[in-house]
Design a protein around this ligand. Structure first.
Ligand code: CA
Length: 390
């Protein structure tokens, strides 16, 4: 029984902070009710006496590792996802075509967003949103109002009947459902595409796909337009680059840029040039539709992944120009196998899950040194092979 008493002590010491947290949560409930959330929903959602430690840790973590673009893309656009995407596109062919018809957005791009955001609905996150968002809203800082707004938006979805409270599970930062919308985006842009009267982006694939198409259309998607083409630039190219530095394809042609297969560029379509790994790596001309994809997650690497996955599912090949690295990226299956090999070699990195975090990186660094390689911490092909991966 002594143990039980000891275990209570830290709670007693921390009680002023917990009292503040309870007061803050009480304030959130009142604000939610004032905004139209039912008292019953607010009370049930926010029956929480202390902040979620995991969410606090994740919200404060600084990215300790700059992921090379080829690792990022290797993870998101591997053969497994391309294959699975083709299967899912066949299964939901009618829905995807209907969404393409109604919103004008290319169905391969809609499916690619679905595939990257939730692995086609299989991995939408397991954090209970009201608790995550209350934790974030009550820890102070400049984004307090944002988190409070997202919490209230989430509870409104329940009050209105779009979702059940026990369906509000997602990422620690509030993105959830098959499209990983944050609640305010859900409120604004989700559509009921299966016609059952509810906007359910958690369980309804048609609602999720229709909502993704609606989002992209509202973000400026131009029906029938391209999103990205792979190109080559002259080896010493030093001209304009950047998504926003758009020029007609014919102008890019006059600057020495050609399609990746060597064909000339012509025509007046406006595009910007991305060289994510410099002039020696693959280059991309990106169009206004790429910007619509960019809006989904505010990152060019993300928009590249969606664009490329869409192209791959549509039957286009991998990039013609290789990335400028002699240590190619691993697929998800290979990352899983790499972790298994590290465990077999005695590293304590937990159960292999294919997700490369700090523990795995540290083990890779150590294994690299033991193999006489420079310690990078990257899950690349060299250390994979050195540990016996095939
Ligand atoms: Ca529905």
């Amino acid at each position: 029984m002594r143990l039980a008493v000891l275990a209570v002590l830290p709670v007693l010491f921390a009680s002023p902070a917990l009292a503040n947290f309870s007061a803050c949560v009480g304030g959130l409930k009142d604000a939610a009710v004032k905004a139209g959330v039912s008292r019953a929903v607010a009370d049930r959602a926010l029956a929480i006496s202390q902040p979620d430690e995991k969410v606090m840790r994740l919200s404060r973590a600084q990215p300790e590792f700059k992921t090379p673009i080829w690792d990022y893309l290797g993870f998101l656009v591997d053969e497994e996802r391309v294959e699975q995407g083709r299967v899912m596109m066949r299964r939901y062919d009618n829905v995807l075509r209907a969404a393409e018809e109604r919103f004008g957005v290319n169905r391969f791009v809609i499916a690619a967003v679905w595939g990257v955001e939730s692995n086609f609905g299989q991995d939408a996150g397991d954090n209970f949103l009201p608790h995550s968002l209350a934790t974030l809203a009550c820890q102070g800082g400049r984004r307090t109002a944002f988190w409070r707004g997202e919490l209230i938006a989430a509870l409104k979805l329940v009050t209105r009947g779009d979702l059940q409270l026990n369906e509000l599970y997602g990422s620690w930062a509030g993105a959830f459902g098959q499209t990983q919308f944050i609640p305010s985006t859900y409120e604004r842009l989700a559509v009921d595409f299966d016609g059952d009267g509810r906007r359910d982006l958690v369980k309804s694939v048609p609602d999720a796909l229709g909502s993704t198409a609606n989002y992209l259309r509202r973000a400026g998607w131009q029906p029938g337009g391209s999103w990205m083409i792979e190109v080559k630039v002259p080896p010493n190219y030093s001209g304009p680059t950047g998504r926003k530095q758009k020029a007609p394809l014919s102008t890019w042609g006059s600057r020495g840029v050609v399609r990746a297969d060597g064909a000339a560029l012509s025509g007046g379509a406006q595009a910007g040039l991305l060289l994510p790994s410099g002039p020696r790596g693959p280059g991309f001309l990106v169009f206004k539709n790429f910007d619509a994809i960019y809006a989904y997650n505010q990152a060019e690497s993300y928009a590249l992944a969606i664009s490329h996955l869409a192209d791959r599912m549509a039957g286009l090949p991998t990039f013609r120009t290789p990335w400028p690295t002699d240590d190619p990226p691993l697929s998800r299956a290979q990352r899983f196998e790499l972790q298994r090999l590290l465990v077999a070699a005695g590293y304590q990195i937990g159960e292999p899950d294919g997700k490369v975090g700090p523990l795995t990186r540290e083990a890779i660094r150590d294994a690299e040194q033991r193999a006489g390689m420079p310690p990078t911490g990257r899950p690349g092909m060299k250390i994979y092979r050195a540990l016996g991966g095939r």
